[in-house]
Every structure is written in structure tokens, then in C-alpha cells.
Design a binder for this molecule. Structure first.
Ligand code: ADP
Ligand code: MG
Length: 322
């Protein structure tokens, strides 16, 4: 059986991305990295644990992609440009086929966004994956959670609820549609909205990535900014699959409260609306107005007929206990 070191060298030392700001990458006790003059370093870390964040036996290529994608999504939400990643892997056994597939998924996404894997750690134990990402942002330009003001417009990239519906299907709680395959990739291989985040830096007043569900994450902007928001449910961007699901069940919790979509939710001062909407023409994933920031804390949801969604953003959830 190959040693742990052979495996690391084989699968992670050969990062296809070679950045000029990496003086020393994988292989020594530390990586040596150059932050460009005049830029701030944006740093974020996330852990995925088997059984909590992904199912036992999850496909390793998708896991490699997702472990990096959820971190890059945090850089996107700050409007930062990604540069480097480190990877701490805890593995029950050094399984070569698993490592090869995991590395493929991880390094392919890294290459897509010019991210170099510069180091990490490998240990034995229950399967757990920690990724730290590092990016750059001009001082004063980062998209933070605390800048939303009453009257700002709320926008979201892409579509909402796809990953949540795929998770319900995976858990066997929902089998209604033959098109669930269409939303599977959104759960397994989310796309970090990096270009969109950088384009919105300097225009949006606040931003967050939707990892815990729109209502919860917009709620975080509200809490940090001392505001609330009112959402118009008929404006939520939904894929045909999720639209059909909501129409059939009346369950708004999938687009409002399910997590893992990794879209960006941003607030925009009304004075910048025209600029943002002009910019959004270039977003392949789209950017949709969904509501307005107001002074009242919390998130309110207006149904298409103008009435308030009863029970708050979680709405009626057919799968909740009781
Ligand atoms: P040390 O004992 O000095 O921490 P390690 O044996 O943990 O060294 O790692 C040796 C080299 O391999 C280091 O440069 C480290 O960053 C890198 N490395 C270890 N595990 C990983 C991993 N999972 N991904 C990327 N690089 C790794
Ligand atoms: Mg180490």
C-alpha cells in the first residue's frame, strides 16, 4: 500500500495551476505567498463532515468539487478574486481510487478559477474535508453583510431551491417528478458566482452567499445591517422543476429555506439600480429582483395575491415533524 506521503505527492503536488504569486507551494513546511501590493487578503475556511454535510459513500469527484466550491462561494460573496487554497483531509483509509477522483474534482474547479493548491494536511480518521481559500480585494471594496440600508433593492443570482429539492429527493422524501436529475448537479456540483461577485463589488451595499437558505442568509444581512426585508414570492427565480414543485405542494420552504444553492443575495441602493441591471445582462446565471430592504427587523414574504405567507419564510413544510 502506498504511504500517505506518496499519495499526497501524487494527487495534490501536481496542481495544474502555477501562479507567479506562489514563491513556494506544496512540499515544504509552509507555503510562501505574495499578496499583491495594495490589496487586502480575504480568507475563509469551511469543513464538510461525512454524515453531516454529505452522505456516507458520496461520490468523491463531486465531493472534491463541492469542498472547494463552497469556499470559493464565500470569496464570491465578498467580491474577492480567488488565488490560493489549502486542504486538510481526514481519511479512514488512504484509498487511491477515492483520492484520485477527489483530487480530479477539486483540481478541475481550482483550474477553472485559477486557484493554486499550495498546501494542506492529511490525517487518518473519520472522513472530513476542510478547505481554506485565500483571495484578494481592494481595500474598501469588499462586499460585507453590514451595509444594507432601508430602501435598498434585494437581488439574487441564478435560481433558488434546486439543491434543496435534490436533497429531498436524495433523502427519499420527494419522488414526484421525473426531472429531479436536472437539479441533482446543483446539489452535488454548485457553481461559485465569482465573476458576478466581483462585478457587484462597488455597486452592492451588502452581499451573502445562500448556503443556509435565502431567508436565513438574507436574515444575516438584516441582523448585521440593523434592517429587515420584504420578499415578493412571485418574483423568486425558480427553475421549472422547483416551480412545478411549489405549484404542486404549496411548499415555499424549498426556495426560501433550503440551503446549498450557493447563489449570491445582494442589496443594492435604489440609485444604483440601472447600473446593476445593465451589468446583470452579462450574468449567464441571471440576476433577479426579489424584494426590498425595510426598517422592520426580520424577513416578510408576500404571496402572489399580496397576502403575507403564514408562518414566516419557512412557510408550510410537509416534511417537518408533526
Ligand atoms: P508537516 O508534517 O510538515 O506538516 P506534511 O507531511 O503534513 O508536513 O505535509 C507535507 C507537505 O504536503 C506540506 O507542504 C503540506 O502542505 C502538503 N500537504 C499535506 N497534505 C496535503 C493535502 N491534503 N493537500 C495539499 N497539500 C498537502
Ligand atoms: Mg502536516
Amino acid at each position: 500500500m502506498p504511504s500517505e506521503f506518496d499519495l499526497i505527492a501524487r494527487y495534490f503536488a501536481a496542481s495544474p495551476v502555477r501562479r507567479p504569486d506562489v514563491a513556494l507551494g506544496v512540499g515544504d513546511d509552509c507555503a510562501l505567498l505574495e499578496v499583491p501590493p495594495g490589496r487586502q487578503l480575504a480568507v475563509s475556511i469551511d469543513t464538510l463532515v461525512e454524515g453531516s454535510h454529505f452522505a456516507k459513500g458520496a461520490e468523491p469527484r463531486s465531493l472534491g468539487h463541492k469542498a472547494l466550491a463552497v469556499n470559493l462561494s464565500d470569496l464570491a460573496a465578498m467580491g474577492a478574486e480567488p488565488a490560493w487554497a489549502t486542504l486538510a483531509l481526514t481519511l479512514p483509509v488512504p484509498d487511491e481510487a477515492w483520492l484520485a477522483a477527489f483530487a480530479d474534482g477539486f483540481l478541475e474547479l481550482a483550474a477553472q478559477f485559477g486557484v493554486q493548491l499550495v498546501g494542506g494536511d492529511t490525517t487518518r480518521g473519520p472522513l472530513s474535508i476542510t478547505v481554506q481559500v485565500h483571495g484578494f480585494v481592494a481595500p474598501g471594496r469588499a462586499l460585507r453583510r453590514d451595509g444594507a440600508k432601508p430602501g435598498d433593492l434585494v437581488y439574487v443570482t441564478g435560481t433558488l431551491g434546486d439543491a434543496g429539492l435534490a436533497l429531498l429527493a436524495q433523502q427519499g422524501l420527494f419522488v414526484g417528478l421525473g426531472v429531479v436529475e436536472g437539479v441533482r448537479a446543483r446539489l452535488d456540483r454548485p457553481t461559485p458566482r465569482l465573476g458576478e461577485g466581483r462585478a457587484l463589488a462597488g455597486l452592492a451595499s451588502a452581499a451573502i452567499d445562500v448556503s443556509d437558505g435565502l431567508a436565513a442568509d438574507l436574515g444575516h444581512i438584516g441582523a448585521r445591517s440593523g434592517v429587515g426585508a420584504t420578499l415578493h414570492l412571485d418574483s423568486l427565480p425558480l427553475s421549472p422543476t422547483v416551480r412545478e414543485y411549489v405549484a404542486g405542494t404549496g411548499d415555499w420552504s424549498v426556495p426560501l429555506s433550503a440551503g446549498d444553492d450557493y447563489e449570491l443575495c445582494v442589496t443594492v441602493p435604489a440609485a444604483r439600480q440601472a447600473e446593476v441591471e445593465a451589468l446583470a445582462q452579462y450574468f449567464a446565471c441571471g440576476l433577479t429582483w426579489i424584494g426590498t430592504v425595510d426598517r422592520t427587523p426580520g424577513i416578510r414574504c408576500l404571496l402572489p395575491d399580496g397576502s403575507l405567507l403564514a408562518g414566516g419564510p419557512a412557510g408550510w413544510d410537509p416534511f417537518r415533524d408533526g
